[in-house]
Design a binder for this molecule. Structure first.
Ligand code: ZN
Length: 227
């Protein structure tokens, strides 16, 4: 899976406009490779709701995530004051061109707005689990931010066969981060709360054929890694 992820990531970077993952052949094209090198530095896209076709492609919990090089991160921030009042906000982040990651973007652009006097419960719904570097950043952030609790729900496990990634996921757990694989209901929650709903379009979430099976597949892998 690691090799497939990497090849897929390179292919999708070569053709950033593509959302369907069918541009693997572009890797053979020298012009495309040149474009790849000349791409601008990464940009973070933020918004309240993501387009439906992004969701349908990027969040699908396939076993082999061909073409899915981006990380989409939907977040819910619940801030509680001493009186117990809770205020919630939400949005999503996506990373582009793989030079920095959506998890980092959350720490750089959302967390600085946090009030140290409040307590925060943050929930992330991420298309795939963090890479080792992001997991490390999460651990460091949790260790120094005592008013933060983090729950991460992921659609897929990213490069889970790599010992380095497995160790990073275990460190996350030790740091108090709760990590779960998204259930079909969680995908439905994202659909309802984070995906643009066009006028006249059905709002009902349509689960894909293997959604439950893939959830169970990844859940078993994660349990093995964390035990
Ligand atoms: Zn990362």
């Amino acid at each position: 899976m690691a090799q497939k992820e990497e090849a897929a990531a390179a292919a999708a970077v070569a053709e950033p406009a593509s959302q369907n993952g069918e541009d693997l052949e572009n890797l053979e094209d020298p012009e495309k490779l040149k474009e790849l090198i000349e791409l601008p530095p990464f940009e973070i896209v933020t918004g309240e709701r993501l387009p439906a076709h992004y969701f349908k492609f990027q969040f699908r919990n396939v076993e082999y995530s061909s073409g899915r090089n981006k990380t989409f991160l939907c977040y819910v921030v619940e801030a509680q004051n001493k009186g117990g009042q809770v205020q919630a906000s939400r949005g999503y982040l996506e990373d582009e061109h793989a030079a920095a990651h959506a998890e980092e973007a959350f720490f750089n652009s959302i967390m600085p707005t946090f009030d140290p006097a409040l307590r925060y419960l943050v929930t992330w719904y991420v298309s795939s689990s963090p890479c080792a570097a992001c997991a490390d950043r999460i651990v460091k952030t949790l260790n120094k931010t005592k008013n933060l609790r983090l729950l991460i729900l992921v659609g897929r496990l990213f490069m889970w066969e790599e010992p380095e990634v497995q160790a990073a996921l275990r460190k996350l757990k030790e740091a108090g981060c709760r990590l779960r694989i998204m259930k079909p209901q969680d995908f439905e929650f994202i659909w309802q709360n984070f995906v643009e709903q066009e006028e006249g379009e059905s709002k009902a979430f349509e689960p894909w054929e293997d959604i439950q099976e893939n959830f169970l597949y990844y859940e078993e892998k994660l349990a093995d890694i964390l035990k």
